[in-house]
Design a protein around this ligand. Sequence first.
Ligand SMILES: Cc1cc2nc3c(=O)[nH]c(=O)nc-3n(C[C@H](O)[C@H](O)[C@H](O)COP(=O)(O)O)c2cc1C
Length: 304
Amino acid sequence: MTPDLRVNLGRLQLRNPVMVAAGTFGYGLEYRDLIDLAQLGAIVTKSLTLTPRMGNPPPRVVETPAGMLNAIGLQNDGVEAFLRETLSRLRELGTPVIASVAGETLEEYVGVAVQLSRAEGVAAIELNLSCPNQARGGLEFGTDPDLTMQAVAAVRRATHLPLIAKLSPQVSDIVPIACAAVQAGADILCLTNTILGVAVDAHTRQFRLASKSGGLSGPAIKPIAQYHLWRVRQALPETPLIGVGGISSADDAIEFILLGAHAVQIGTANYVQPTLALEVGQGIEAYLRANGFDSVDAIRGVVY
Ligand SMILES: Cc1cc2nc3c(=O)[nH]c(=O)nc-3n(C[C@H](O)[C@H](O)[C@H](O)COP(=O)(O)O)c2cc1C
């Protein structure tokens, strides 16, 4: 018996539950010679903004115990260049392309989403809510239920595509924020983005990132992402969830599924092992087979 790896996240249907996470896999094509992109569950692009962005000055990534800090600052070519130069080549792969949308204002989120929605070949929009809101002195959209609701509602009005709200773990209670996102029209929730931190070099007596603070990712944050996903699963049992944070093995991914995730994303671990997403997919299949389960659905949410 070959276990069924297909998963349905409402209108978003994937051939397997393993995707690559926003910002950790370029636009996907950069990895073409290293991994068979056609076997991924989906490719999530780096976050796209209305105009091209250079990002922050280097150093903007630093290794930390069991993880890394990054302060890339949303470097990307802008949505127009993505549509003109990249999307058609991604479409040829046949792998669902999820476009990540960033913005510092509601207008920017909407502007990017409108352009993506007019294009051929975007399977879903993932809203990066860990962006600083200009109008609120840089407060991240995803740390406040009202701002989350405003951003999701504005993009919901602007697109017919399945809408994923990617939440920030930078909160004490994620449930009101998750509920606000769903109430505003998010079809799917993705948990979570990175957690703010700093790293200091004792010898140079300097911050190790040029912008001083950055987002922590990798195995160090796995229990935190799993905690948030588990709580949201209890509060919103009907909403499809994507788990992301510190996954570096099939077991890590299976843990998220057991806690209620429909699908998972691999981020930082792509830098260590670019083929990991495929190996995680194979590992999930082997686990299902070894334990007599006929599908991913059979193990979802059994740990609560
Ligand atoms: C270098 C780097 C760049 C990232 N860029 C983005 C981005 O553009 N948009 C986004 O939503 N998340 C971004 N993330 C967050 C990841 O998509 C992911 O949510 C986070 O790293 C946790 O997963 P991980 O521990 O598997 O890396 C980035 C993470 C890293 C390490």
